[in-house]
Write a protein that binds this ligand. Structure first.
Ligand SMILES: [Zn+2]
Length: 179
């Protein structure tokens, strides 16, 4: 069997502002041992966490990091409770800020990465992004589940199309006045 090429482990503690000034591109893996919250949220993290990040200076001198993190986790099927493998992919678009106050000034396409000193733990940031990207519920595909679904019921729920998209829009509008 061929072994896939080994990707290097990313350094855990970095100075993200300096990397942005230098326009650094990082690709590698984040150690699972540093991601206990993710491990607790799922049955098992079954693949290494691959990360690629571009640190750069964006509009108005804003220091940003963009890229992605991906792995595969085992989660319990919500029908039969047996494990199911779910790929997880987080798209990362972060503005590096000193404080919550500064975070409010970020443009809409950026989420804040609050780094209040010179150094930051990159595994915490990657773990946060992956936790946000976890599916809320997972089901085996029809025919592979350990619970047999009566066919009439299976058809109704197969594409999840029961929710009226306009009612979701309505909810978004009504809850949009928070900040
Ligand atoms: Zn199942």
């Amino acid at each position: 069997m061929l072994t896939p090429p080994q990707r290097s482990q990313l350094p855990r503690i970095l100075d993200p502002r300096r990397l942005a000034n230098q326009g650094v591109i990082l690709a590698g893996q984040v150690a699972l041992a540093h991601c206990e919250r993710l491990q607790e949220a799922v049955l098992e993290v079954s693949e290494p966490i691959d990360v690629s990040l571009t640190f750069e200076i964006a509009e108005q001198g804003r220091k940003v990091v963009r890229g992605q993190a991906s792995t595969t986790v085992m989660m319990a099927c919500q029908r039969c409770l047996e494990p199911i493998a779910s790929p997880v992919k987080a798209s990362i678009q972060l503005g590096i800020v000193w404080s919550e106050d500064e975070a409010k000034a970020l443009s809409k396409d950026l989420d804040p990465w609050i780094v209040d000193g010179e150094e930051a733990d990159i595994s915490v940031m990657v773990e946060d992004e992956l936790l946000l990207a976890l599916p809320f519920v997972t089901y085996h595909p029809e025919g592979q589940c350990h619970v047999v679904i009566p066919s009439a019921m299976g058809e109704e729920t197969s594409d999840g199309g029961k929710e009226n998209p306009f009612s979701i829009l309505e909810q978004l509008k009504n809850s949009g006045s928070d900040n």
